[in-house]
Design a protein around this ligand. Structure first.
Ligand code: ADP
Ligand code: MG
Length: 364
């Protein structure tokens, strides 16, 4: 047998590399929106308004009242790895922003038509810039590619049109626009609960009534009541927790962390488990945490019924690795076992009414 001749190794073209990378970050309209919401929050916005056409495939527009972007930064805004949030690798260990890799806008510009209208408080007027494949492009044929002066409020409007128009397989993998819209509302509702001081609005293009509208609330439970409805809202319990003061510490688990749990009692019984998990303010998923939470209710709810649980964990950024997954959906942290166990114990005690008062351990 003669071995087959190996194929030559070639260097991929940059446009191919960028499109592959973009596909890892932007899976569907709701993942683009998540990145854009995080940018608004990073920019200090108190109002975030989203307009959607065709499940986000045709149009996804997001307007904020944050710090805006300087005109001088617009030329490199949509290039890969351009960011105002990170400059050295060590910054990753004390990150306080959602963004850090400068990949979101770049990725979007590789799989959609992206335009940005932005104004800083100091600027006399707004600027509008259009991007494709990471670079500035003319808004219309015959125009120059430079940002154009225009009227606009302080803050930023990001417009994403024709998402995945140039990646047909991705486009065909998407569900109906109804389902994509439902995912968009789901992500926004979760961010609106966690960022309850920020006003979120989401509507379909052409519709005058928003499908999601949150006015600033005074607490997470108030926001849950507002956004998920009173049947959940009236059944809510709340605990805060931290490291078990009675635990025998190993050298590794002396780290400090705190958790806030807002969860329904036995009087709320739903077919669907609603679980919101934020780790250091980032919406993430953890199959393990989810299982642990469900297990907590097995002795409380009838079989086949599920609760609502909001869990926000704040862990020393040094012990969380946010850079394990392109969508940042998955994060790794030290002492996962101990933290999961402690959170469940404290919440379970409250469920069984063992501790009427909130438990907050003293730091030792
Ligand atoms: P990252 O968030 O990782 O920095 P992005 O591609 O999401 O990367 O954004 C690139 C940069 O564009 C950000 O660092 C920020 O300076 C700027 N930016 C993006 N969106 C906004 C916004 N809504 N308001 C103000 N600045 C923004
Ligand atoms: Mg970002």
């Amino acid at each position: 047998i003669t071995p087959t001749e190996p194929k030559p190794i070639i260097r991929l073209k940059e446009s191919v590399i960028n499109k592959i990378a973009a596909g890892e970050i932007i899976h569907r309209p709701s993942s683009a929106l998540k990145e854009l919401i995080e940018n608004c929050l990073d920019a200090g916005s108190t109002s975030i308004r989203v307009t959607i056409k065709d499940g986000g495939m045709k149009l996804l527009q997001i307007q904020d009242n944050g710090c805006g972007i300087k005109n001088s930064d617009l030329p490199i805004l949509a290039e890969r790895f351009t960011t105002s949030k990170l400059s050295s690798y060590s910054d990753l260990s004390h990150l306080t922003t959602y963004g850090f890799r400068g990949e979101a806008l770049a990725s979007i510009s590789h799989v959609a038509r992206l335009s940005v209208t932005t104004k800083t408080a100091a600027a006399e007027h707004a600027w509008k810039a259009c991007y494709e494949d990471g670079k500035l492009v003319p808004a219309k044929a015959g125009q120059t590619a430079d940002p154009k002066p225009c009227a606009g409020n302080d803050g930023t409007i990001i417009t994403v049109e024709d998402l995945f128009h140039n990646t047909p397989t991705r486009l065909s993998a998407l569900r109906s626009s109804t389902e994509e819209y439902a995912r968009i509302l789901d992500v926004m509702t979760k961010y609106a609960v966690h960022n309850y001081k920020v006003a979120f609005v989401c509507k379909k293009s052409g519709s005058s009534t928003p499908d999601l509208s949150s006015s600033p609330a005074s607490s997470v439970s108030q926001a849950v009541n507002l956004l998920y409805g009173t049947s959940i809202g009236k059944s809510l319990l709340q605990v805060t927790c931290g490291p078990d003061p009675n635990a025998v510490h190993t050298s590794k688990d002396t780290q400090s962390w705190k958790g806030e749990v807002v969860f329904t009692n036995a009087s709320y019984q739903s077919k669907k488990f609603i679980f919101l998990l934020f780790i250091n303010h980032r919406l993430v998923e953890s199959a393990r945490m989810k299982r642990a939470m469900e297990a907590m209710y097995t002795s409380i709810l009838p079989k086949g019924f599920s609760p609502f649980v909001y869990l926000s964990l704040e862990i020393d950024p040094q012990s969380v690795d946010v850079n394990v997954h392109p969508t940042k959906r998955e994060v790794h942290f030290l002492n996962e076992d101990a933290i999961v166990e402690r959170v469940c114990n404290v919440a379970q005690d409250r469920l069984h009414n063992k501790s009427q008062s909130r438990s907050y351990p003293t730091q030792t």
